[in-house]
Every structure is written in C-alpha cells, then in structure tokens.
Design a protein. Structure first.
Length: 152
C-alpha cells in the first residue's frame, strides 16, 4: 500500500465531503477553479522500532485559495468557518481499507492571502519480508588432499 497516496486521497475525500470544492494534489493547475484546496506533502519521517516494525509520520499542508487574485484577509468572515471545520474534518480520516488515522499537531496560518492548514498523521507499518525457501537440509562432501599421515 502506498500510504502517502492513500492519506492524500482520504484528506481529499474529507475535504470534498465537507466543502464540495475542487481539490488539487501538490500544485494548483493553470485552469483551476476557485475556491479550491491544494494538498501538499511537506515531510515524511520513519523510525525503526523493532525487527520489522516502523513508525511513520506524514506532514501535510492543506492550502485554501478563495480566488486567484483576492486576499483572504479581506474575506475573514468567509474563511473563519472553513478554519473551524478543518480542525474537526481532518481529526480522523478513513483510508480505502477502512482504517482510521488520527490527525495530530494541527495548526493554521494565513500567508500571502492563502490559508495554510497543517496536519500530521502517524501510523505503524510492518516491513514485508520476502519469503525465501528455508534450507532444510545441507549435504556436504569433504575431502582432504595432500594430507600426510603421522606415524609414531
């Protein structure tokens, strides 16, 4: 399973269900419709826990554009309900296999007229080991060459 893509799809689904705005991944298209969201992966970390167990963390920036030329500061009343909703809508997301991920370390800021909502998701994964045929028996032939026998 490609977890980053799965999480992006789950975030997009949660956003679309709540707001019904177009959603773009990683960049805004030249023919984008406004208002819209852009989901960008900021950072991914992985820690080795034990044997085949790992912990991963994915940080995302969900950007909200009201239009291509307006500043959000001028439309604060319109953006405040969206900010409030994002905190709850992205608290839990559902992946395609039905598993839930909990959004943590949520924060928002407005920069250059764009809302930036940051959220992180942590989860555990198991490394897939490739099954190799175990060696059940070992046959060994041994010969000694140029050996001298010692006589007493």
């Amino acid at each position: 399973m490609n977890y980053i893509n799965e999480i992006q799809k789950a975030i997009a689904k949660a956003l679309f269900n709540s707001f019904n705005y177009p959603i773009y991944i990683d960049e805004i298209k030249s023919d984008a419709q406004f208002p819209c969201f852009v989901i960008e992966t900021l950072n991914t970390e992985q820690k080795h826990l034990l044997d085949i167990r790992y912990e991963r963390r994915n940080d995302f920036d969900i950007m909200f554009f009201i239009s291509d030329d307006d500043y959000i500061e001028a439309q604060q009343e319109q953006i405040n309900p969206i900010i409030e909703s994002l905190y709850f809508d992205l608290e839990y997301i559902t992946l395609s296999d039905g598993s839930l991920l909990n959004g943590i370390d949520m924060s928002h800021r407005i920069t250059d007229g764009i809302l930036h909502f940051k959220v992180s998701y942590e989860y555990h994964i198991l490394k897939v080991k490739h099954d190799a045929d175990p060696m059940l028996t070992l046959h060994q032939n041994q010969e000694v060459s140029n050996a001298k026998s010692k006589e007493n």
